[in-house]
Design a protein around this ligand. Structure first.
Ligand code: NOJ
Length: 742
């Protein structure tokens, strides 16, 4: 009997009772099946998924994305498998299912958790209608090195912003509780430290001292737990010489003992088997033992648990209780999701759900709010809608793939409105000419492209064809009143296995930009990219630059909305933009040194160019101007454990309505450890009419003022004096002080 409360949520006691009742009837082999997630890709070696499911060897399936197939596989599980336990279908739904939202890094640039929550609620609704129960998101890895390709999947460099965005995504995916209608279970990944890969090289080892782990890399994961996330994914790489998928410190001590996480942990794909490749486990048997003992409940795709766990119990290396402990939270999620009552998906639902007009509207709004205006000399933007002749130039201007961006849902066909289409729709009477210029592509193709879609790419453009395309593009720009250049990176240039050593515009894009600017026309640069790029030349020579990221299905409309002033951009950078790839990792929250900037003996660190940011964290312009004034702290002193209120007034001092993101930074001036020169501890995005003033309020209490102390080996709150700054980016100058006393 199902005893859901009137919100539809089951009580903890009911879930536990049902889990024990199911567990008591399972054989050891059936239990191991529940700990196994199999991949549905045709090219994977081994028995067919249908066969494994029929024998009870799978609790979950990934890499399938088709409602009919879900139902067919589910039928085998519930009618033919020995346990009759329904399957949990998981898939990467990272920034939209059919309606694609801006990439996560872009959504973080909105500094608007409600936008992110709504986006992931739409993604969840579409995915659930397709038959997906579980998404492998949010990806909450802090990334401070823009060379790392997966920076696109997260919320950028900052733990405070990252935690707010992580929690919003969990709420969006899961809804008010796990099992809520039209929602999916979320998965916080990749636990933990993946973003700190040596040299930004994807998959490479990570060395993180505990202070960085606790103060910077873990807070978004903790926020996901506090928001009720149902599952975690353990990362691939070694963290301080222990693979994350065999890491008892992370998976047991931190996640379960300290944070009280009650859900289950799935490994990253093949990561249990990879414990052998990584030189950690002796063989598959040892890998299964070490991953399970460390706290990985479910083995994604490597079938190592399936092959070895039963044997490990039979020879006494593991106990049945070890297995039961791992199975319980998986069954609990299945119970919560209502899979026992409703294992199948209505095959007619998806097309109705994806056609809902509010989904495209949400995607457009999210894209609008994600865009960051980096430069606008002489107020070139917004452009006039009475322009008669515009040229739209660049390899990404009419690319649906680049507009939707990295991490598409498995099997998804891009359906984006491109920037060219968006501009044409905005200027129905004008002549809008287009030329792509030379193509851009990776120097080394991605593994995914080569293995999963080897026919997708055309042969490379010849140098002659590229030169002809270059000349056509310049000629196309020559006669226009205004040129919009759409440059950046293709979708496969960021994401998994998509790290790069340089952050320059790939291919001949900068050369083309220079040739077009030399024509003497007004030029607007629209960037489509999933990571910071070093656009030094553009930053000095192109009057208007809009960072549009990879803006999703409605991206082209949203870009046109901003370029032509129907929307005033208000996003802010969630990552520092460096001048060079070799300056990475570069982030604002560094510690002071004996030679800080402004010191008479300041050493500029490199002798071949300043490593200061091209654009700082938190930066973004608007078509209006703002003044932030009247910083007040409710008390000059506060006792350890108590909180103060910080307020400031923000006024729209320009002529049009616009958004400002008011940001609060702190610095602990002395204490048990050195602390970063600035740390974000509050933000609020406000919309103001011309002349309007709003007071924004922040709270600083133990959560904001404390830190993990290397010296104390624990969380501390020091009696210390703090600088407080409030402003429009990480260089904020409006200053106050606060002293914390015993
Ligand atoms: C590997 C990726 O690292 C992870 O993010 C993803 O969820 C899994 N593959 C499943 O596709």
């Amino acid at each position: 009997m199902d005893s859901r409360t009137n919100t539809g949520e089951l009580s903890e006691a009911e879930i536990a009772a049902r889990v024990e009742a199911i567990l008591s009837k399972l054989s050891l082999a059936e239990k191991v099946g529940q700990l196994t997630q199999i991949g549905g890709l045709a090219f994977l070696p081994g028995p067919k998924p249908e066969e494994i499911i029929r024998q009870g060897g799978a609790g979950s399936v990934l890499w399938v994305n088709d409602t009919k197939t879900f139902n067919a596989l589910q039928k085998i599980a519930v009618e033919e498998s020995p346990s009759r336990i329904p399957l949990l279908f998981g898939l990467d739904v990272i920034h939209g299912y059919r309606t694609i939202f801006p990439v996560p890094l872009a959504m973080a640039a909105s500094w608007d958790p409600s936008v992110v929550e709504r986006a992931q609620a739409v993604a969840a609704k579409e995915a659930r209608a397709a038959g997906i129960h579980w998404t492998f998101g949010p990806m909450v890895d802090i990334a401070r090195d823009a060379r790392w390709g997966r920076i696109v999947e997260g919320a950028g460099e900052d733990p405070y912003l990252g935690a707010a965005i992580a929690a919003a995504q969990v709420r969006g995916f899961q809804g008010p509780y796990i099992g809520a209608p039209d929602h999916v279970v979320a998965c916080a990944k990749h636990f933990a430290g993946y973003g700190a890969a040596d040299g930004g090289r994807d998959y490479d080892p990570v060395y993180l001292p505990e202070t960085l782990l606790r103060n910077v890399y873990l807070p978004p994961f903790k926020a996901a737990v506090d928001a009720g996330v149902g599952t975690f994914m353990s990362a691939y790489m070694d963290l301080n010489d222990v693979p994350a998928s065999g890491n008892r410190f992370l998976l047991r001590q931190v996640l379960r003992e300290e944070w009280g996480f009650k859900g289950f942990v799935v490994s990253d794909a093949f990561a249990v088997g990879s414990l052998v490749t990584q030189g950690f486990a002796r063989d598959g048997r040892d890998a299964a033992f070490r991953a399970l003992s460390a706290g990985v409940n479910m083995d994604m795709a490597s079938n190592t648990y399936l092959q070895h766990l039963a044997g490990l119990v039979e020879d006494g290396t593991l106990t049945v209780e070890d297995i039961d402990e791992a199975v319980r939270p998986i069954l609990a999620i299945k119970v919560r999701m209502g899979l026992f009552e409703h294992p199948y998906t209505d095959e007619s639902k998806l097309e109705q759900v994806v056609a809902l007009p509010e989904h495209r509207a949400e995607a457009r709004r999210a894209a609008q709010r994600s865009m960051v205006l980096l430069r606008n000399e002489g107020g070139l933007l917004p452009l006039s809608k009475s322009l008669k002749h515009v040229a739209v130039i660049g390899p990404l201007a009419d690319s649906q793939e680049a507009t939707e961006g990295s991490w598409m849902v498995f099997g998804h066909t891009p359906n984006a409105v491109t920037v060219l289409e968006g501009i044409r729709a905005k200027l129905p009477e004008a002549r809008v000419d287009y030329a792509p210029g030379p193509e851009i592509r990776r120097d080394i193709p991605s593994w995914f492209e080569a293995n999963m879609d080897p026919t997708a790419k055309k042969a490379p453009q010849s140098p002659e064809a590229a030169e002809a395309a270059f000349q056509t593009a310049v000629a196309t720009a020559r006669d226009a009143e205004v040129v919009v250049m759409v440059l950046g990176e293709t979708a496969d240039m960021a994401g998994e296995a998509a790290s790069r050593a340089s952050l320059d515009l790939p291919g001949r894009q900068e050369e083309l930009l220079q040739a077009v600017v030399a024509l003497g026309k007004p030029v607007v640069l629209v960037l489509l990219n999933g990571r910071p790029l070093s656009i030094n030349w553009a930053a000095e020579n192109v009057p208007a630059i809009l960072e549009a990221w990879e803006p999703g299905s409605e991206g082209g409309h949203a870009v046109a909305d901003v370029l032509f002033g129907d929307v005033n951009p208000g996003g802010k950078l969630p990552v520092t933009f460096p001048r060079k790839g070799s300056h990475e990792p570069l982030y604002y929250a560094r510690n002071l040194t004996h030679s800080p900037e402004g010191h008479p003996m300041y050493n500029p660190r490199y002798w071949d160019g300043l490593p200061t940011p091209l654009y700082p964290f938190g930066f973004g312009l608007s078509y209006t101007t703002f003044a932030i004034t009247n910083l007040q702290v409710s008390a000059p002193q506060v006792k350890i454990g108590d909180a103060v209120t910080v307020t400031a007034d923000v006024t729209n001092t320009g002529a049009v309505e616009g958004d400002e993101v008011v940001q609060l930074y702190i610095h602990q001036k002395a204490g048990s450890d050195s602390r970063p020169m600035r740390e974000l501890k509050g933000f609020e995005r406000v919309t103001l009419k011309p002349g309007e003033t709003r007071t924004v309020t922040f709270t600083l209490g133990p959560a904001e003022l404390g830190h993990w102390s290397t010296n104390a080996g624990k969380w501390v709150q020091d009696a210390a004096t703090f600088d407080i700054w409030v402003g429009a980016d990480s260089r904020a100058t409006l200053h106050a002080e606060l002293t914390v006393v015993c």
